[in-house]
Design a protein around this ligand. Structure first.
Ligand code: NDP
Length: 465
């Protein structure tokens, strides 16, 4: 009989926590898991999954327009917000059920409560008002949107937590931020017919991405009618004088905008306050992120942290991978460190971004010789649809080793392409490997294997040709 109630207790029922809990329980370990909101976490309940469903919904307006060039007459179309939200909610509940089922089939104890640490082996279950003991504890509590508390009127704004539950489609929205969430929701709302304004403090949206992607996406978003205001921040937000619940947004450039909704998409912070970390002796960074070693172990030897609560790559598949490495290391006697190199990512903007590896600027800092292959073209579909939309593909190659350092795609299917490109880059593909790969015709992605000559070269930081 173990001296502990549990071999493993997981705090947080999101993608990372559920995966670790289910795997450990299916190996016969006694596992408890606690979630204060809904199983599935941010990704499933109010993040990637419902967002992607809304992205699909928002594409239809352009599909109806594009259809005309192919001979279709689709007649009058009308979008109903509440149908989308209801259907989306049903699907999310189904997925939440699957997460719970996976845990219960593996015989993990599932708790619907906030849980906090009370010592290095003790967890208090708040709703149950009791304390359980665990040999090992995994913290997988994720993060929450920043709400810019210092901004006057910030409480009038929604964030990505509330956007999925709006009862009415806003006629207009102002979105603050220039990262994943801001860009994706600007495109969703614009596609659904909401008058959309994006306000970003920097000079180009999507800071960590390749500059050609950033610039071309901005141009395409503007063509779709999204107003993008750069180098500007919100000054304050108040109720408008109209008395209809709409808002007045005042910007740092002095402009004011009347809008139905304002959304803060200015990043996320880890949910580590009042989690009992001090009682357990777990150390945090000034940002609040839990400090972990290369095996996801905290400074307390029986406590681990995975996913967004640790300051690594805040993406769902990465959290799941970190959990699987934790299980290998701790339960299968196979020490495994998560691999955070060459993580592909997609931004479900319109057009979409798919990217893996280094952008040109990052590559310039690391490599003296680079060959850059760049193609910007009108995709075949738009020859008949008549849509003025460009696709972009860019390959960054080390001029000394011929190794492909980064590939960046903007356009339809870019996210799907990034997944496959990541396999090539993880395998150490060279540009010659791309060149000797037969094209799939007619596709847009064939461009990736038919750009034989560099568009330009970089030598010692200087662009040549
Ligand atoms: P991001 O970190 O992507 O973007 C935050 C944005 O807010 C940046 O543009 C940032 O500007 C801006 N910002 C930060 N602080 C302020 C401030 N005080 N005033 C004004 N602007 C500010 O965060 P998101 O919330 O968009 O997304 C969170 C994370 O979720 C992402 O990093 C990503 O990992 C994940 N995610 C992934 C998705 C996907 O895989 N498709 C989709 C959605 C989210 P600056 O650039 O100047 O710092």
């Amino acid at each position: 009989m173990s001296e502990y109630d549990y071999d493993l207790f997981v705090i947080g029922g999101g993608s990372g926590g559920v995966r670790a809990g289910r795997l450990a329980a299916s190996m016969g370990c006694k596992v408890g898991i606690a979630e204060e909101y809904r199983y599935g976490g941010t990704c499933v309940i109010r993040g990637c999954v419902p967002k992607k469903l809304m992205v699909y919904a928002s594409h239809f307006s352009e599909s109806f327009e594009d259809a005309k060039g192919f001979g279709w007459n689709v007649g009058e179309s009308h979008f109903d917000w509440s149908t989308l939200i209801t259907s989306k909610d049903l699907e999310i509940s189904r997925l939440e059920g699957l997460y719970r089922k996976g845990l219960s089939n593996a015989e993990a104890d599932i708790f619907d409560t906030r849980a906090v640490l009370e010592g290095k082996n003790l967890v208090r279950l708040i709703n149950d008002d009791r304390v359980v003991s665990a040999k090992r504890i995994l913290i997988a509590v994720g993060g929450t949107p920043w709400r810019l508390d210092g901004l006057t009127g910030s409480q009038l704004c929604i964030t990505s937590d509330e956007v999925f539950q709006l009862t009415k489609q806003p006629r207009s929205i102002v979105i603050f931020g220039g990262g994943y969430v801001a860009v994706e929701f600007a495109c969703i709302f614009a596609g659904l017919g909401t008058k959309t304004t994006l306000v970003y403090r920097g000079d180009k949206i999507l800071r960590s991405f390749d500059n050609d992607l950033r610039e071309t996406l901005r141009e395409e978003m503007v063509k779709k009618g999204i107003q993008i205001i750069l180098e500007t921040t919100p000054e304050h937000i108040s109720q408008s004088e109209h008395g209809d619940g709409s808002l007045k947004v005042t910007l740092s450039n002095g402009d004011t905008i009347d809008t139905d909704q304002a959304m803060l998409a200015v990043g996320r912070k880890p949910l580590t306050d009042q989690l009992g970390l001090e009682q357990a002796g777990v150390e945090r960074k000034p940002s609040g992120h839990i400090i972990v070693d290369e095996y996801s172990r905290t400074n307390v030897e029986n406590i681990w942290a995975v996913g967004d609560v640790s300051d690594r790559v805040p993406l769902t598949p990465v959290a799941i991978h970190e959990s699987m490495c934790f299980i290998e290391t701790e339960f299968k006697n196979n020490p495994t460190t998560p691999d955070h190199d060459l993580v592909a990512t997609a931004v479900f903007s319109q057009p979409e971004i798919g990217t893996v590896g280094l952008g040109e600027d990052e590559a310039r800092e690391k490599y003296a010789k680079l060959d850059i292959f760049l193609a910007k073209f009108r995709p075949m579909k738009h020859t008949l649809s008549g849509r003025d939309e460009k696709m972009l593909m860019k390959i960054i190659v080390c001029g000394e080793t011929d190794i492909v350092l980064g590939v960046h795609v903007l356009g339809e299917g870019a996210g799907e392409m990034a997944q496959l490109l990541a396999i090539a880059l993880k395998s150490g593909a060279t540009k010659s490997d791309f060149d000797r790969t037969m094209a799939v015709h007619p596709t847009a992605s064939e461009e990736l294997v038919t750009m034989y000559n560099p568009s330009y070269r970089i030598r010692g930081g200087k662009r040549i040709g």
